[in-house]
Design a protein around this ligand. Structure first.
Ligand SMILES: NC(=O)c1ccc[n+]([C@@H]2O[C@H](COP(=O)([O-])OP(=O)(O)OC[C@H]3O[C@@H](n4cnc5c(N)ncnc54)[C@H](O)[C@@H]3O)[C@@H](O)[C@H]2O)c1
Length: 251
């Protein structure tokens, strides 16, 4: 398949979990992928290359503006352009669930820093290149939690709500530059990190009952939406929120 043939995509937080699924599926669709993550992606890159795909890893902390700017420059040096940015990196599975009065300010700041400031910095870093091309796709990853309201992860839920506002405003700001921005709001997904975490896995498994499609969600359930929003098929769609959660949140 070649819906992303010769497209260049940066995927933040692409070393594991849903980000790794985006990387696998994007390369299978012909894209050249840059994985920008604090964690290494050696096995994933080897796996992608073994089946003929093209991907490179650039160690990047999305909260570090200099590192993010360097990553964007390296991506252009390596592949000539940046067509797609998937702002996927986030802190969440290892945040201990707790009510507002127990959330230390430092923890609140750190979650917002990675989940929102990181999105801002990565978007800022790729916009000049996308603008010069007259074309770009920004896909920001929110969460079904932002659509429904939940307890005990107020910082995370706040960050994922901000993703939606950020996307709508940046979509308007960049529309005349040929750049589209959309949000994907996945439901609770059984990633390797979730499966390794008893409390989160149990919480997500219970959420299956809220869906129209009552089965557990896996990373591959989200890749179709992400490919669609990255591809030319969605060129007249911007500022939207696409919930991919088996019909749990219905707006
Ligand atoms: N898994 C779910 O149930 C679920 C549901 C809804 C939304 N989401 C969202 O989907 C995205 C991916 O989730 P996941 O479950 O695959 O997460 P994950 O924890 O498995 O992976 C997150 C990745 O982000 C990277 N990362 C963390 N901090 C970073 C930083 N400062 N700079 C660069 N990279 C950093 C990690 O190293 C990791 O590779 C996140 O935005 C998450 O909020 C996940």
């Amino acid at each position: 398949m070649s819906r992303l043939k010769d497209r260049v995509a940066v995927i933040t937080g692409g070393s594991q979990g849903i980000g790794a699924a985006y990387a696998r599926s994007f390369t299978a669709e012909g894209a050249k992928v840059v994985i920008a993550d604090v964690a290494p992606a050696d096995n994933l890159i080897a796996e992608i290359e073994e089946v003929g795909g093209t991907a490179m890893f650039i160690e990047t902390d999305v909260t570090n503006e200099a590192a993010v700017t360097k990553m964007a420059t390296m991506a252009v040096d390596a592949f000539g352009r940046i067509d797609v940015l998937v702002n996927n990196a986030a802190l969440w599975v290892n945040i201990p669930a707790k009510p507002i009065l127990d959330i230390p300010k430092e923890e609140w700041d750190r979650v917002l820093d990675v989940n929102i400031n990181g999105m801002f910095l990565c978007t800022k870093a790729v916009v000049p290149q996308m603008r010069a091309q007259g074309y770009g796709k920004i896909i920001n990853i929110s969460s079904g939690r932002a659509l429904k309201g939940y307890t005990n992860l107020l910082h995370y839920d706040t960050s994922k709500g901000a993703v939606i506002s950020f996307t709508r405003s940046i979509a308007r700001e960049l529309g005349d530059d040929g750049i589209r921005a959309n949000t994907i709001a996945p439901g609770g997904i059984m990633t390797e990190a979730v499966l390794a975490h008893d409390v989160v896995r149990t919480h997500i498994a219970k959420g299956t009952a809220t869906r129209a499609i009552k089965r557990e969600q896996v990373p591959e359930d989200v890749v179709g939406a992400c490919i669609f929003l990255a591809s030319a098929e969605s060129d007249f769609i911007t500022g939207q929120v696409l919930a991919v959660d088996g019909g749990s949140a219905m707006n």
